[in-house]
Design a protein. Structure first.
Length: 274
């Protein structure tokens, strides 16, 4: 039993090391990693050496720093090759970017955070979107109101860390406000708002549902606020239609629409809550 628990702790440390390097987005010394994840230095050094041997980590520079290794790239390529959602989503993102001129994104949860998985730039000469793979607190995002919609209020509050309700400007977002927005987004099958992360963009999000009527991803558009106001109805229709089409491909349900999926989600939630 003790040996199994030791292996489990070692595996946990390995994932913590990889997550920490991803979050820091720079090469680190093993002692810096140990301090960052709050693990014993001896354990971290042992695991890092194993990950280096397997190509999961690589040395960077001459000072013993390590970073994510090239083998992760090949593993990621294999994952993308077999993960139909990302492959199917790409054509919808390209179509959305071409027809609206705005940046389109496929967004998902990464653990207890939000992240952009795929992105297609719009026709604008400047970028107004977050980087692919960057993790962001869920309450900061339009997608966050949809990705947790199948959970109960208490499950949502348990899922999101208290500090993630503090917005980039330092002001707290009331949890009751967030929960009300989640329920409204579930009812509408859509959510949009002026970005919390900056002062000049508007974010649109529509849900992509799996066979259990859970929102497993969102399709998003990021637009300047003036253009978003002027084209709100057109952008919403294009986005909701694309998300419904992607849901149909994911579930094999030729009849599904965003409103139908939202209704299924509400029914599932009622059953789960008794």
């Amino acid at each position: 039993m003790a040996e199994k628990q030791g292996r489990a702790r070692g595996l946990d440390h390995a994932f913590h090391i990889l997550d920490h390097l991803r979050d820091e987005n720079r090469p680190l010394r093993p002692n810096e990693i140990a301090q960052g994840i709050g693990a014993p230095k001896s354990s971290v050094y042992e695991i890092i050496n194993l990950l280096l041997e397997k190509g999961i980590l690589d040395y960077v520079g001459q000072e013993g720093r390590v970073f994510l290794g090239r083998k992760l790239y090949f593993l990621g390529q294999s994952y993308l090759h077999h993960f139909d959602l990302t492959k199917e989503a790409e054509e919808h993102l390209v179509h959305l970017a071409r027809t609206t001129g705005e940046t389109s994104q496929l967004c998902m949860l990464d653990g207890h955070k939000y992240t952009v998985v795929l992105m297609k730039e719009g026709a604008r000469p400047f970028r107004i979107s977050s980087d692919v793979g960057e993790t962001v607190p869920i309450p900061w995002t339009a997608s966050g109101r949809l990705l947790l919609a199948h959970l109960s209020d208490q499950e949502i509050l348990d899922f999101i860390a208290d500090e993630d309700f503090v917005l980039p400007n330092g002001k707290p977002l009331a949890k009751t406000t967030f929960l009300k927005q989640v329920r409204g987004a579930r009812e509408d099958g859509f959510f949009s708002f002026d970005s919390i992360a900056d002062s000049f963009t508007h974010c649109f999000a529509a849900p992509v549902f799996d066979e259990h009527a859970h929102c497993v991803a969102t399709l998003c558009l990021i637009a300047p606020r003036e253009d978003a106001t002027r084209n709100h109805a057109r952008y919403k229709t294009a986005l909701v239609d694309a998300a419904a089409a992607l849901s149909r491909k994911l579930t094999g349900d030729a009849e599904i629409s965003s409103k139908d999926a939202s209704a299924k989600t509400r029914a599932s939630a009622k059953l789960a809550l008794g």
